[in-house]
Design a protein around this ligand. Structure first.
Ligand code: MOS
Length: 740
């Protein structure tokens, strides 16, 4: 039996410490982009295309220009020249949408920016944005995968391919076969804080406050687009109200705000309305996935085929990598994975929490459940029989792999052994009860990062890194690492993040921030402590005469033999302050010798009332192997939030497009449903909390995304168990689950 998340342990690492920025947030003092008050600020409001495809034949800004307070109207006819940002992650350059705003007169999707009004007040800008008269030649938009394929074809993606063995033959000859197609709809991130940018120019320097998941990349990419030296751009993101992938890379509105500030000579604030969330800043694209499974009668996989198709926009190629995990999650000698895209007239899709895998696991884990039914083998037992010894793609051992222990934990905590196999056989009153299972997985990514730690005369420490906290607890994690190593009280650690000029730290994406930044902060802290030992043992230092290597740090004191001095007293006596430690860390040889992944398992209970076609998720029990937890409180919040997101994806979330205009019909939180508290059941999260021995200091594998993976399949599988009906198209809305 694993430790649950509540198990106490010594030290600061792992403790369930509340966010150090929590007080600022709940008291309204945390400064989000829109909160910034700047003298002389002007406001910008985009004008968006009302047609889904076509051409702008005329754009008349005169009425808008004559409206009260209007400073400028930008459009294709007067837009300064911009450069397209290359897709070059190695150099920290990436735009979510490659086409720069107003680049041509073509309309690629409804909601595309066609003009920008800049005015003295927010209200004046919004009012005048309605006065820009745009005339279109409208074409019928292609909105679905089929319409896009019929118009411009399907583009296979070489990068998405994995082939192992002879899948066609193995499938043909397999004693038990399963073949089905699954679909997932467009889903939208909808963070609480809307996308917003405040840009101002100061003597050729561009200072931007932006809600971004990557201060470093955003500064560099923006500099590239504007064709100015990257040192001239300063990006601030002290607080971000969620991102989920929609704030990873540069979007047009940030570019527009910077250009607007330049042409007006004023600071410009641009806050997107909620409607633009549905068109202008990404979404999880629709997918169609064909899965074939071949197995022996005792449930060993012989063949696994996973072909996926996802949509992209007409201006950028985004690929939803649905087959990312298919070749390594289960033991199987013959595997064929492909991925293709098709361009449609919708806004550009982007990464959304667990991109690829969240969509792909709906298909793979539904298919595994269907196979289990055909084999008459318990679905958890089927997973046990196909648990891989090592990563069959990279052909290396796992860095750590406690997947079967996750199965043990969920089986026990959920009470899975009491499940009666026959669909519809578990009932209570009018309700049928369904119990479903699915696996969870996500890569455990670590990259390069730098950090600086300063030990100050007042006995406090400051840690500095150009990463950011998107609401997940990064501030707190950094303070914990410094506190752990220095033994300084947690409250004595100041964390400075959210600025592009700091030592370059990680993107808050791919669940890689913690695993990436923790080793850098640990190394910088150790370097600072070493420098402190050197300083205190120098002539006239408080521990003069002792060898630096002989000094130790315990309970907030420096010890050298029998001598000791309080950390703060020692620092007060030093003349050269602060004592600084700097470090840059990155993965080493271990990256080649091991496969780094996180694993998990979900058991879900649903209750189905056929009389009123009411489907509820009533219990979720999940367990995760995500390495060591740095903070059990924020870790659990991450997982719970992801599980709730999976619940929304399973039951509610999907964008609806008007077939004639291509506009999003559900462009608000009244029509686009997400789970509210009343939809969220008891969630029982266990984390094994076993450090990964290879990933770096403290052994954290990252956990921002894994919780959402597998959730949709676990719920659909539970619905099957309750009703005997298999639904292969998400979400399980009332129209789909109703008995007809
Ligand atoms: Mo995540 S989709 O990498 O923010």
């Amino acid at each position: 039996m694993s430790t649950s998340v509540e198990t106490p342990r010594a030290g600061v690492i792992g403790q369930p410490l509340p966010r150090i920025d929590g007080r600022l947030k709940v008291s309204g003092r945390a400064n989000y982009v829109a909160d910034n008050i700047v003298g002389d600020v002007a406001f910008a409001a985009p004008v968006v295309s009302t047609v889904g495809a076509g051409t702008i034949t005329a754009l008349d800004p005169s009425a808008a220009e004559a409206a009260p307070g209007v400073l400028r109207v930008l459009h294709h006819g007067n837009m300064p020249r911009l450069r397209r940002c290359p897709d070059d992650m190695a150099n920290k350059l990436k735009a979510s949408e490659e086409r720069v705003p107003f680049e041509d007169q073509t309309v690629y999707y409804a909601g595309q920016y066609v003009a920008l009004v800049i005015a003295e007040t927010y209200e004046q800008a919004r009012w005048a944005s309605h006065l820009v008269k745009v005339t279109y030649h409208a074409d019928p938009p292609a909105l679905t995968l089929d319409e896009g394929a019929a118009r411009s074809g399907i583009k296979p993606q070489e990068d998405e391919k994995t082939e192992r063995g002879d899948t066609a033959k193995a499938y043909r000859e397999a004693p038990v076969q399963h073949d089905a197609t699954y679909t997932t709809p467009v889903e939208v991130h909808n963070p609480m804080e809307m996308h917003a940018t405040l840009a101002r120019w100061d003597a050729g320097r561009l200072i931007v406050h932006d809600s971004t998941q990557w201060v470093v990349g955003q500064a560099k990419s923006l500099a590239y687009v504007l064709d100015i030296p990257e040192e001239q751009v300063e990006l601030h993101a002290p607080f971000i109200g969620g991102g989920f992938g929609s704030k990873l890379f540069l979007w047009p509105h940030t570019i527009l705000a910077a250009v607007a500030a330049r042409v007006t000579g004023r600071p410009v604030k641009l806050v997107l309305p909620r409607q633009h969330q549905f068109t202008a800043v990404g979404h999880r694209p629709a997918t169609r996935q064909h899965v074939q499974l071949g197995a022996t009668r005792d449930g060993r996989l012989l063949a696994l085929r996973h072909d996926s198709l996802s949509h992209t926009s007409c201006v950028t190629e985004f690929v939803e990598s649905c087959g990312e995990m298919t070749a390594w999650l289960y033991q199987c000698p013959n595997v064929s994975v492909t991925g293709s895209i098709v361009a449609v007239n919708v806004g550009t899709p982007t990464s959304m929490r667990a991109p690829g895998i969240a969509s792909g696991m709906f298909a793979l884990e539904s298919a595994m459940d269907e196979l289990a039914v055909k084999l008459a083998i318990d679905p958890i037992e089927l997973r046990r029989r196909n648990t891989p010894e090592r990563d069959q793609v990279k052909n290396v051992p796992w860095s750590s792999h406690y997947y079967t222990r996750c199965l043990d934990v969920v089986t026990e905590r959920f009470g899975w052994s009491r499940r009666s196999v026959e669909p519809g056989s578990m009932r209570q009153g009018r309700e049928r009860i369904g119990w479903g299972f699915a696996s969870a997985t996500w890569p455990a990514i670590r990259r390069q990062a730098s950090a600086r730690v300063e030990l100050r005369s007042d006995g406090s420490a400051r840690v500095v890194c150009a990463t950011q906290d998107i609401g997940t607890g990064t501030y707190t994690v950094l303070a914990q690492v410094v506190s752990e190593i220095t033994t300084l009280p947690f409250s004595q650690i100041e964390v400075a993040i959210g600025q592009s000029g700091y030592p370059p730290g990680p993107i808050s994406g791919g669940s890689m921030a913690t695993a990436t930044v923790v080793p850098a902060v640990a190394a910088a802290t150790r370097a600072a402590v070493t420098n402190l030992f050197i300083a205190v043992t120098a002539p006239k230092g408080p521990l003069a005469g002792a060898a630096p290597e002989a000094v130790t740090l315990r309970d907030g004191h420096l010890h050298a033999g029998a001598r000791r001095i309080a950390f703060r007293a020692a620092l007060e006596q030093l003349r050269t302050l602060p004592i600084v430690g700097e470090a840059t860390t990155k993965p080493g040889e271990e990256a080649k010798h091991f496969s780094f992944r996180s694993f998990g398992a979900h058991c879900v209970e649903v209750r189905w009332d056929p009389g009123i076609s009411h489907l509820r998720v009533t219990r979720v029990v999940s367990a995760f192997d995500v390495g060591r937890l740095i903070n059990r409180l924020t870790a659990r919040s991450q997982i719970e939030g992801a599980i709730v997101m999976g619940l929304g994806a399973a039951l509610q979330e999907h964008s609806v497009y008007d077939r004639r205009s291509g506009r999003v019909v559900t462009d608000n939180l009244a029509d686009y449903l997400v789970p509210v508290h009343a939809d969220v059941p008891e969630i029982d999260v266990s984390m094994l909390d076993i450090p990964d021995p290879h990933i770096g200091d403290f052994g954290a594998k990252g956990l921002g995304e894994i919780g959402v993976t597998g959730m949709t399949a676990a719920i659909a599988n539970a619905f099957y168990h309750a009703t005997g009906r298999r639904i292969r198209d998400l979400p399980l809305t009332v129209e789909r689950v109703m008995e007809t």
